[in-house]
Ligand binder design. Structure first.
Ligand code: NAD
Length: 434
């Protein structure tokens, strides 16, 4: 078996076959970064459509232009649905599969386990395995390690195993994979060292930590910190409304403090694949230690209440105009979970639209980045922005502040606007703010 120095030498010389399992928001940029740096890379995904698109030089992610995929293909990147093709002969494997919650809000590690079993089938001497998927502290050592150690192989001696969380922020133009520091913690010191060495070829700064648990917990601290703070301002927004204080002005004023304060902003509820989900991985694990993570539970409760609060806002606003929500025409502007991207995962719009419909409002939506969306029982299609759909609505409900919306025009031409993002700040019109 090659020693650490020999493996590093092959990394240096780019003779290190890299495989990425799961070519989604996290795995695809990672695979393309390795290809860009001259590593031979194969991507494994069980979705044949994604694999086909990539091999044809097409991208399915807003953030990744097709020419980046084409460039990677020229440099030797390929995608496949066949695990033997990607994993047999790999020197390093990165696992970037989903980590969702079950219906009862427990961690669903089935994707990680399935990927781990695939890696175990092809594991060779000296291979590096890195779990990237966000998960609870202990997963790498308690779940993945036993799968890989079957047959008497030992981490640190026969193969290397680390955890290195991803911090990708879809739509962020400043912080990309290269300039976002990457934390890595291995099962042994050699595991950390090898993973850190390889990652340092695609990331400017790698932060080694003492164990996978520290790395796993650090990712959950980052996300829990966001969840708790967003929930805090969401609760404050509800109080401010009752007290007739403008919460946006409050946050702006507080943000002038040059130290010790980071602004977070209220909204119609949290969305995305990470923020509403990951902290529940931590609270689930905490229960195994007879520990109740109250901040996370409370934050979840407040977050879950926001869509109802928004529906109440719309109802009140229409009431003031002498109208009822029933039979009113509501135009939802923006349905993606955050601005300027087309990602619908866990978007609050998916809760708010059915709530409005339950109260017999007539709801349509306009989001140029989300041409159609699936509700439980049917699909909706976005109204074209060029038709100025706000003109016919009794109430425009702004949920996502995409930059493509002509705010001034909408403010002037709408009968009533409920703005959950302060997107109409400074504009004249009949505007009710969260
Ligand atoms: N999206 C983000 O912004 C973000 C940020 C940081 C961390 N994460 C974490 O990264 C992980 C991946 O998230 P994502 O957003 O990339 O998910 P995603 O759904 O975009 O991509 C996951 C991909 O894995 C594939 N897949 C699932 N099981 C597989 C298997 N056994 N073999 C091969 N392919 C398989 C799916 O087909 C899919 O293409 C999650 O744990 C998530 O919490 C996501």
């Amino acid at each position: 078996m090659e020693n650490l120095e020999q493996l590093k030498k092959r990394i240096e010389e780019r003779e290190f076959q890299t495989a990425v399992i799961g070519l989604g928001y996290v795995g695809l940029p990672l695979a393309l970064s390795f290809a860009q740096e001259g590593f031979p890379v194969s991507g494994l995904d069980k979705d044949p459509q994604k694999v086909k698109a990539l091999n044809e030089g097409k991208s399915y992610l807003d953030d990744i232009p097709c020419n980046q995929v084409e460039e990677a293909l020229k440099r030797g990147f390929s995608a496949t649905t066949r695990e033997s093709e990607a994993l047999a002969g790999a020197d390093a494997v990165f696992i970037c599969v989903p980590t969702p919650l079950t219906q009862t809000k427990d961690p669903d590690l089935s994707y990680v386990i399935s990927a781990g079993k695939s890696v175990a089938r092809y594991l060779k001497l000296g291979e590096l395995v890195v779990l990237v998927s966000t998960t609870y502290p202990g997963t790498t050592e308690e779940v993945l390690l036993p799968l890989l150690q079957k047959g008497g192989r030992k981490a640190g001696a026969h193969f290397y195993l680390s955890f290195s969380p991803e911090r990708v922020d879809p739509g962020n133009k400043i912080y990309r994979l290269r300039n976002t520091p990457k934390v890595v913690g291995g099962v042994t010191a050699a595991c950390t060292e090898l993973a850190a060495f390889l990652l340092s070829k695609i990331v400017d700064k790698v932060i080694p930590v003492s164990s996978p648990r520290v790395a796993e917990m650090s990712k959950l601290l980052e996300n829990t910190y966001r969840v708790v703070n967003i929930s805090l301002v969401n609760e404050l927004a509800q109080l401010c409304r009752r007290m007739k204080v403008n919460v946006w002005e409050v946050i702006e004023a507080a943000s002038t403090k040059p130290y010790g304060f980071t602004p977070f902003y209220p909204g119609p509820g949290m969305g995305g694949h990470c923020i509403p989900i990951d902290p529940f991985y931590l609270s689930w694990k905490a229960r195994a230690y007879d520990f109740n993570l109250r901040f996370v539970e409370l934050a979840g409760e407040i977050n879950d209440s926001m869509p109802y609060f928004v529906v109440d806002l719309v109802t009140e606003a229409l009431n003031r105009e002498g109208k009822s929500l029933k039979d009113s025409r509501i135009l939802v502007l923006g349905v993606a979970y955050k601005q300027n991207i087309g990602d619908l995962r866990e978007s609050p719009a998916l809760k708010i639209i059915p709530l409005l419909e339950e109260r017999e409002a007539q709801v349509e939506y306009c989001d140029p980045l989300v041409p159609s969306l699936e509700l439980e029982d049917r699909a909706l299609t976005s109204l074209p922005l060029s038709d100025k759909p706000w003109k016919g609505a009794d109430c425009v409900l702004l949920l996502t502040a995409h930059r493509v919306f002509p705010y001034q025009e909408i403010a002037q031409e709408s009968r009533l606007i409920v703005d959950t993002r302060n997107a109409f700040q400074g504009l004249e019109g009949n505007i009710v703010r969260l």
